[in-house]
Design a binder for this molecule. Structure first.
Ligand code: FES
Ligand code: FE
Length: 402
């Protein structure tokens, strides 16, 4: 997609290894272009098959001005449709989730099948062909039960990366999970600042005291020292002896990257809990807790942190130029029972307090970036994830440095 000249002008002095200029986080034109060129052409993790057990079950996923209906159709297929009526554009579905026999537009009652086809347009005359006016389809990929959608017809090819990832994640049996809790943390900041914060652990030591107590990622030397023992323990509980795997990471198709990395928790911590004790039964085929954490990234905007007994999914969803929803989803084994096998407050404690810290630092970041005195500074070595994001992002919006 071509990039408007005004945005290229904003980026004219941007250099690899530097933060991006102020206007990338303050300009309405950049935001609109982000939605059209980046979000509408990215694979987005929207949910899990456990949310759609029966035909007719649906939920909405909204970002920017867009809304997508994710539904299980009569044949049991999971499909996605743009939630925009083909008559005069109303939202067709206005409930966030539910079970439907068909989608009836609330404006003039055009009725769409679960498959997206228009069943009938009321009083449209003999020449009207409903076949021409089905809902626009979005693309769907299901990876181990995790549902990804892409609004564009030219979605990035992602299957090779997912196939590589599947070999590593198989023991977790991600398809066999359920959502224990979801929370939304609105932050008054541009989505890119929220996402950039997730992509680096340079801030972990000063900003996240609880996280820093148990997770070694804030200090590369600790990761290295603790890794050999983690790999032994991982193998003993049934996980692959693998520290990092990257597919199409540099130079591959934009938005198709898949990243997998394991890192150790400190001694005494078996999972991301306050006390270090397990929080839930081990996932999938695991025979116990190995005291490791697994970072998974699919494309440029989908993040998962998998412990031996739960998964935490992260999304940074644009709602406006400086309005972002940090959406956090906690998942456990499909057969785990609340009260018996896990406690919601214990399960969610770490990433609740950590996300509140993040909300605060991201908000202050946006406040500072809004100042006319902000000049982009150099990125630290530990901020390599942001550099990588910029490279992919700039290519997607059509403004890469060549
Ligand atoms: Fe949907 Fe008219 S806008 S039926
Ligand atoms: Fe953080």
């Amino acid at each position: 997609m071509s990039c408007p000249a005004t945005i290229k002008q904003i980026l004219r002095d941007h250099k690899d290894g530097m933060a991006m200029p102020r206007e990338m986080y303050t300009s309405r034109e950049v935001y609109d272009h982000d939605i059209a060129s980046f979000w509408n052409r990215s694979w987005i993790w929207v949910g899990h098959i456990c949310q759609l057990p029966e035909p007719g079950d649906y939920f909405l996923f909204d970002y920017g001005p867009e809304s997508i209906i994710i539904v299980r159709d009569r044949e049991g297929e999971i499909r996605a449709h743009l939630n925009v009526c083909r008559h005069r554009g109303s939202r067709v579905c206005v409930e966030q989730s539910g079970r439907a026999r068909a989608f009836v537009c609330p404006y003039h009652a055009w009725t769409f099948e679960l498959s997206g086809e228009l069943r009938a347009g009321r009083a449209m005359g003999p020449d009207f062909d409903p076949g021409d006016y089905g809902l626009f389809p979005a693309q769907v990929r299901i990876f181990e039960g995790l549902i990804f959608v892409c609004a564009s017809t030219d979605a990035p090819e992602i299957d090779a990366g997912l196939a590589q990832l599947a070999k590593l994640t198989a023991p977790f049996e991600l398809a066999n999970m359920k959502i224990a809790h979801q929370a939304n943390y609105p932050v008054p900041a541009n989505w890119k600042l929220a996402q950039e914060n997730y992509l680096e652990c340079y801030h972990c030591a000063p900003a996240h005291l609880d996280y820093a107590r148990s997770h070694s990622l804030k200090n590369p030397a600790d990761v290295e020292a603790l890794m050999p023992a983690l790999l032994d323990r991982a193998e003993a509980v049934g996980l692959p002896r693998e520290t990092m795997s990257i597919s199409s990471y540099e130079g591959g198709p934009v938005g198709a990257d898949v990243y997998y990395r394991r890192y150790p928790l400190f001694e005494g911590y078996q999972t991301g809990s306050k006390s270090g004790a397990p929080l839930a039964p081990p996932l999938g085929r695991l025979t116990g807790h190995d005291g490791g954490a697994t970072d998974i990234q699919v494309g440029l905007i989908n993040f998962f942190l998998v412990y031996a007994d739960h998964l935490v999914g992260y999304r940074f969803v644009p709602r406006g130029l400086q309005e972002t929803d940090i959406q956090v989803v906690w998942m456990v084994r499909g057969d785990a029972e609340e009260g018996r096998d896990y406690d919601i407050d214990d399960l969610t404690w770490l990433w609740h307090v950590t996300t509140l810290d993040d909300e605060r630092i991201i908000r202050h970041n946006q406040d500072g970036v809004n100042s006319h005195f902000f000049r982009p500074g150099p990125l630290a070595e530990m901020e390599w994830g942001i550099r990588h994001f910029y490279n992919g992002y700039l290519r997607m919006i059509g403004a890469d440095r060549g």
